[in-house]
Design a protein around this ligand. Structure first.
Ligand code: BEZ
Length: 250
């Protein structure tokens, strides 16, 4: 992101502040259990590292992401990556599996996403993913919204963080059978300061602030997060909660 007031993805900034997200994707890739030759859609592929891993395993991969800059970076890896809104997937019965890591929380109309995934899959196809679930980054959201309240601005919640029952209900409403559904805390040590994390991801919270106040706003949130998020070694430990699931069509 280059301008906090207008959330845009900058592949280099993402790589500096969030590459750990790719490394943490290994267990959900294992849950997918991809087979060589399978046609797989990576939903919210970002700059493509996990799609590249699937391709290296012999899968035929298509990646989609809403960010043109991230899609451009994925194409540099030689991937078939396309700019597409995850809430309006434009595929019909062509994938053996849809995979998604750390992306579904950005797609706020979860029901529209699941309906698009169902349309994209072949009969028997599977939908396997992991994203922020209920309670995800509660401390961060609280600190940012406290700063907004001090400025007379309404609270915002830019992410979709369902609990397991709610998400299972959405999947079942589209005919999926649930194979796995787990909500678990995953406190995660950041590579740098939470200030850089906020500058990368918290654009929606800066809406309505004058540009000159964005820096002080982030500084205040960073100060408020010192006590809850500083780990014993002095690093910043973010309060991630993951919802990991596997579902399949009959
Ligand atoms: C997450 O991975 O949970 C996340 C990342 C960036 C912003 C919000 C949530």
């Amino acid at each position: 992101m280059t301008d906090l007031a207008h959330q845009e993805w900058d592949p280099r900034q993402y790589a500096d502040n969030a590459r750990f997200v790719t490394e943490l994707g290994a267990p959900v890739l294992a849950l997918l259990a991809p087979q060589p030759g399978e046609r797989i859609l990576d939903l919210g592929c970002g700059d493509g590292p996990l799609a590249a891993r699937l391709a290296a395993m012999g899968c035929e991969v298509v990646g989609v992401d809403a960010s043109p800059r991230m899609v451009a970076a994925a194409r540099v890896l030689g991937l078939d990556a396309r700019v597409m809104d995850g809430e309006a997937l434009a595929f019909e019965g062509e994938f053996d599996a849809v995979f998604s890591n750390a992306a579904l929380h950005w797609m706020r109309d979860g029901a529209a996403v699941v309906a698009g995934v169902r349309r994209a899959l072949r009969p028997g196809g599977r939908f396997v993913g992991e994203f922020g679930g209920a309670g995800n980054i509660r401390m961060i959201i609280g600190a940012l919204n406290a700063g907004r309240a001090r400025r007379g601005l309404p609270a915002v919640m830019p992410w979709f963080n369902p609990d397991p029952d709610e998400y299972a209900g959405m999947l079942e409403a589209q005919g999926f059978r649930i194979d796995a559904m787990e909500l678990f805390p995953r406190p995660t040590l950041l590579p740098g300061s939470v200030r850089a994390w906020l500058a990368t991801f918290a654009g929606a919270f800066a809406e309505g602030l004058p540009a000159a106040d964005v820096g002080p706003f982030l500084d205040e949130a960073t100060a408020a997060l010192q006590a809850p998020l500083r780990g014993p070694g002095g690093g910043w430990v973010v309060d991630y909660v993951r919802l990991r699931f596997a579902a399949r069509l009959p």
